[in-house]
Design a protein around this ligand. Sequence first.
Ligand code: CAA
Length: 567
Amino acid sequence: MREISTVAVIGLGTMGAGIVEVFARGGLRVFGVETTPEYADRGRAILQRSTDRAVARGKLDEAGQSQILGRITITTQMADLADVDLVVEAVPEILQLKHDVLGRLDEIVPEDAILATNTSSLSITEIAAPTRRPERVVGLHFFNPAPVLKLVEVITTLRTDQAVVDAVVALAQGLGKKPVVVGDRAGFVANYLLFGYFTSALRMLEHGHVSREDLDTAMRVGAGLPMGPLTLMDLVGLDVCHHIGDVIYSHTRSQMHAPSPMLGRMVTSGLLGRKSGRGFYTYDRPGGGQVVEDAQTPAVVAGPELRTVGVVGRGEVADDLASRLEEGGYAVVHVPDADDSEDLRRLVDAGLVVEAQSVDLDLALADLQLDDLRDLDEDDLPGRDLDDLFEELGEITGPQTVLATVNSAAAVALGALSGRPERCVVLRVHEPTGNGQVVEIGRTSVTDDEAVAMMRELVTRLGAEPVVCRDRVGLVVDALLVPHLNDAVRMLDEGYASVADIDTALQHGLGYPAGPFAMIDHIGADEVLAVCEELAGGTSGLPRESVEASPLLVEHVLLDRPFTPAG
Ligand code: CAA
């Protein structure tokens, strides 16, 4: 196998230019090939900007920048590639175009050079088939931004030579990347899992379940991901997302991947994300990353003044809430014993009453679910039956008092019980992540905007970020994150990739704080399974395929076995 020291990248769009930078930073001599001088200039500008940014941040000095740029030759002549050891094509996702490019390279590059493709959606097998060297063709899939994200998916076909795989894996490792070797399947590892999650997120937005800002906040802050799904789609490009989504759907034919009509309309209208200056958000300029206000930017609505907040229940949850409310400047009336009707009467002037009974003092605030309450014997329950309590709260408090619970996912039921459906919400307090803390506010179709504005303000004053959504099982965070994790288990069960590969792919390809299996072990496989079952049995609105628990997940719960060695 020839040593890889000179490489070429065909196509200098965002990905191609990023790959050129990766190679040049790794000390390789790189040719970047474009079709016209204008496109060549565009590629040069991307490289200049990216390395300027590194210099501005003090990550690179000017001498280092000139060394990197000095290793790069940008050309419009494929004939310059007569001595390269490896070529990566990063041209648009059109099979015929890829065939044309590889056909020409076949004639120019040395017989034993490797032909790699950065395709994110097309079949490597189909790309390789007409070449003169299918055993030397491999997928080498980088992630955007290529200089930052460490994952490289190395995709093999039935004919790829093992020596070629070994060579590109060694090359990727030498560049400081994390290669994951997998077979040829639509979406490979990262995109396959990403696009199931994208599809559900798009459906939520399209159905008005949650606003674009709250959807992104839910996943960035609530789930701790580096970006919300809409911001990420804008970064990737909506045309690219639309195309990859279609390819995955054409293979799976699952509702989990059914194309979003809204995305199709956006692409047809030229709303392509950051690159066109407008996608789900509006940007300062085409290619810019600064979000600017537009017609959809939510107006800040002040809620009615709220002075006194009642907290019902004893234990960690209620105590924590009461002290945070006090710190937030509210007058707090804490009624630890929900059975004490006398004490409950102190809530008569409260503008908001939050039911926050603990079923188990050791349970974390975020872990409380109505099911926990139902599973316990009456005697175990330190608190009071919700139906009864909300009926009484409805009688004691004024008609404008907002009633909330952290223990139920059904504001509509509370509304019916208390006789004031327009003033009832559910609250879901999430564990803090590296990006902060989210409190979801579930509203029904009749909850009034004033009550919601008041809750938003309250959550903000508690130092958390509010996410308002329709009162459906799983709200936003659980409804998107848990099926995504379940999908990773399904991929493992299908034998496509290992736990380590899937975790590496999502941690280093999508910048997740941890891979999905590490996340499952952290949350608890039993908890993940419980949420899947709740989603499958409830009103989440998600397709069955995405919420049906993977049999392997069930197995791990029954065997009480973690997925990861550390778990
Ligand atoms: N080019 C080069 N470097 C960049 C960059 C870019 N476009 N954007 C950010 N960076 C660098 C910054 O210089 C900075 O580097 P240092 O830490 O060395 O200073 C680092 O990345 C972090 O940048 P910021 O602090 O400005 O921003 P951030 O912390 O918000 O991170 C992000 C930005 C790296 C994009 C991060 O949000 C992230 O990882 N998001 C997820 C992106 C993702 O999922 N990508 C995969 C999409 S799918 C795909 O690409 C495959 C496909 O086939 C479609």
